[in-house]
Design a protein around this ligand. Structure first.
Ligand code: FES
Length: 103
């Protein structure tokens, strides 16, 4: 099973293959900042990928469109900026997201 770690909280857990980053934490008792129905609209869940960007599912058109709309056209030039509710875990990954906390 792939492992995912979030900084600065410093928590690492095992995820299901294909689970979204947000679900991996939410399903194991952690709050992840959200502002929509976890459907890629608000971008509040955006995270920085520290390592393993190629071990996440590719960015879809909807994620790209909403990142550009909410955070500017240039935001998608950095492949390390991803939405936790859209990016699916395919291998070991480390991400950075403030506000993730035990519920
Ligand atoms: S929770 Fe709204 S875009 Fe991810």
């Amino acid at each position: 099973m792939p492992r995912i770690r979030v900084e600065p909280l410093g928590v690492e857990l095992e995820a299901e293959q294909g689970e979204t980053v947000m679900d991996a934490f939410a399903n194991r008792g952690y709050f992840w900042p959200v502002g929509c129905a976890r459907n890629g609209e608000c971008t509040n869940c955006a995270m920085q990928v520290i390592s393993g960007v190629a071990r996440l599912s590719q960015m879809g058109r909807y994620e790209r469109k909403n990142l550009m709309r909410q955070r500017g056209v240039r935001s998608v030039e950095d492949p390390r900026l991803r939405l936790a509710c859209q990016a699916r875990i395919e291998g070991d990954v480390i991400v950075y997201k403030r506000g993730v906390a035990p519920e």
